[in-house]
Design a protein around this ligand. Structure first.
Ligand code: ATP
Length: 364
């Protein structure tokens, strides 16, 4: 049995179904991110696990125990919210100790635990400072220390890095993951930042309008998005419309006519149980990531194209090119060479296994 299990968990605010029949099993020590656009129900889900929002229906079980109707303080979970609200009149050490005192832990053993928690977040030297004397990243780490000092079975993080600038955020992401690995606490993080979720999670739970659309490892969610929404929400996607010419069920391989005399092969992202097989002539949408497309010398490749604009991303160049399939994005590694000029004629190519099927519609 999994460590934390959400079963058919739902929450409605009046007529609004904020979370609908959510099923999720989290293993002990796992780092799982809830990812999705604003308003999709991420925070509501986290708040139900924390016990601050009561579920309309469904069940939450922790280590085999039903905690659905337990008060938040009886669940003993560690929580770090967006506004990490440190007490301004208390020092760093006092802020961290606060959670222990609430649990009646004695001063002497408490002191040791506070030191350990501050050491974990590398703030040993800051124990006597006040929150106003700390940077945003340091305050964020105090909030984290305050949550982990109680050694919670589950750590719940709601956009814990939302107030940090991009550079600090990246540093904190590495640090958070390292701390989580060291203490081995099962962690659930809410974020709308897909790169953050991909870089530090064991699994991502992609949500849309209160429902889960895909649960997967970050790599699989990116490489094998199961539907149009996931393909566009995680990373950049070129979506192309076509018709099935041939379909090999055992291999999950399809041959697709994209029109304009372009025929390519692709793969099903993943055939879910019960999902129907494809028929010849079915309309499909396929996804190809910009970095799976290659620019080549005009006259080569699968299609002729013209570069309409380009964007420098530092380690990469992102090109927008016009071709018979429409406007597509092509991402090329910056090898230090001069980039392709806007207006230049080029060829576009891709490998046969680069294409993923994300949507299908039965032929009439
Ligand atoms: P964000 O990324 O913007 O924080 P989210 O995915 O965390 O969004 P939730 O905060 O869970 O989304 O909200 C889900 C839906 O429920 C939204 O439509 C929101 O307006 C609604 N909602 C949340 N809390 C309440 C509440 N207390 N009363 C009424 N509606 C609410």
């Amino acid at each position: 049995m999994s460590f934390l299990t959400l079963t058919d968990l739902s929450k409605s605010f009046g007529d609004l179904p904020a979370v609908r029949n959510l099923n999720l099993s989290v293993e002990q020590g796992e780092f799982v991110s809830l990812l999705g656009p604003s308003g999709c129900g991420k925070t509501t889900t986290l708040q139900m696990i924390a016990g601050f929002v009561e579920a309309t229906s469904g069940q939450i079980a922790l280590d085999g125990r039903d905690i659905t109707h337990l008060r938040p303080n009886r669940r003993g979970l560690g929580v770090v919210f967006q506004s990490y609200a440190l007490f301004p009149h208390m020092s760093v050490a006092q802020n961290v100790r606060f959670g222990l005192e609430m649990r009646g832990i004695k001063r002497e053993s408490g002191d040791q635990r506070v030191r350990e928690a501050l050491s974990l977040v590398r703030l040993d030297a800051f124990a006597h400072r006040f929150p106003r004397e700390l940077s945003g990243g340091q305050r964020q780490r105090v909030a984290l220390a305050r949550a982990i000092v109680i050694a919670p079975p589950v750590l719940l993080l709601d956009e814990p890095m939302s107030n940090l600038d991009a550079k600090l955020r990246e540093e904190m992401q590495f640090e958070l993951r390292a701390i989580q690995r060291r203490i081995g606490t099962t962690t659930i993080m809410v974020t709308h930042d897909q790169s953050e979720a991909l870089s530090i999670s064991d699994r991502v739970v992609v949500m849309e309008a209160g429902r889960i659309t895909q649960i997967d490892t970050p790599y699989r969610a990116y490489e094998r998005p199961e539907n149009r929404f996931v393909s566009q929400f995680i990373g950049k996607a070129n979506l192309l419309e076509g018709k099935v010419l041939a379909y090999e069920d055992a291999l999950g391989e399809i041959r697709v006519d994209l029109g304009h005399d372009i025929v390519t092969t692709g793969r099903l992202a993943q055939r879910a149980a019960g999902q129907r097989a494809l028929n010849i002539g079915d309309a499909v949408t396929i996804c190809i990531r910009p970095e799976k497309l290659k620019l080549c010398v005009s006259g080569n490749g699968r299609l002729p194209a013209t570069v309409t604009s380009r964007f420098f991303l530092g380690s990469q160049w992102l090109y927008r090119v016009q071709c018979s399939l429409g406007d597509v994005l092509v991402c090329c590694q910056n090898e230090g060479d001069e980039p392709v000029a806007e207006g230049q004629a080029v060829g576009v190519d891709w490998a046969n296994d680069a294409i993923r099927l994300v949507e299908m519609e039965r032929a009439a």
